[in-house]
Structures are given as structure tokens and as C-alpha cells.
Design a protein around this ligand. Sequence first.
Ligand code: HEM
Length: 119
Amino acid sequence: MILPLKVVHIAAAAIWLGHKILIPRDVRRSIRDPASVQSFFSRMKRAERLGIGSGVVTLLSGVGLVQLVWGLTKAPWRIYVGLVAVLAMFVVGAVLARPAWNRIEFGAEVRRHPRCRVR
Ligand code: HEM
């Protein structure tokens, strides 16, 4: 049971951390090409879903591994440090990244409005 869960855990963590790597390039390209803005935002929506899903799977499979390997209260302290770091990543995502992204989306929406003169 431990090995399959570890595989799921490592795969989920890799997807969670790795899926953001291509986003800056996509942002740079899409800014230069206003026609692709709509598809850019739907790609970002999919990336967001992937990020949240893989983050939750990383967290849950990690907690499952703790339980299987040591028991929830008997893990080495480094594991609890990792747990706190992962929870902090969720908080940063919800409190900083999400509102910032909402502002970007709102700005793009306003610029697309036919009566907006800023192009
Ligand atoms: C971005 C976050 C994380 C990454 C990149 C990550 C990565 C990894 C990797 C690569 C392993 C395999 C290590 C090995 O077999 O030598 C592992 C194992 C493990 N992870 Fe995570 N992990 C993350 C988050 C978490 C969280 C939040 C928990 C839960 C508190 C957790 C608990 C564990 C446990 C218990 C093991 C098994 C350790 C063992 O068998 O000795 N991980 N993790």
C-alpha cells in the first residue's frame, strides 16, 4: 500500500509544482496577441483546476503516507515542517495569488469592453 501511495504522492507533487513552469511564457505570448486572450483565460482556468486538484492530492496522499509509515503523531519533525509549508502554500494561493489573478482577469474584461478606449 505504501509504494502505490508514494507513486501517487510524488506524481501529484510533480504536477503541482511543475504545471506552472510554462505559464510565464504563455502570459508573454498572450499579452502580445490580444486575439488569443479568451483562449489564454480558459487555459489558465484549466491550469488552476489542475493546480488545486494536484495540491489536494499531494496533501492527502502525504497525510496518508504519514499515517502508514509512522502514525499521525509519530512522524519526524521535518515531515510536520513540510506539512506546514504545504498548508502555507495553500494560504498564499488563496490570500495573495487568487485576488491578484481576479484583478488581472477583471482588467482584461474591462479592456475587451467595446466602450473601453485603452487598447
Ligand atoms: C510540494 C510538496 C511535497 C513534495 C514535493 C513531496 C515529495 C515527496 C517525495 C519525493 C517523497 C519520496 C521520498 C522517498 O521515498 O525517499 C515523499 C515521501 C513522503 N512524503 Fe512528501 N512531498 C510533499 C508534500 C508532503 C506532505 C504535505 C506530506 C504530509 C505531511 C508528505 C508526507 C510524505 C511522507 C510521509 C512520505 C514517505 C516518507 C518515507 O517513506 O520515508 N509530503 N514526498
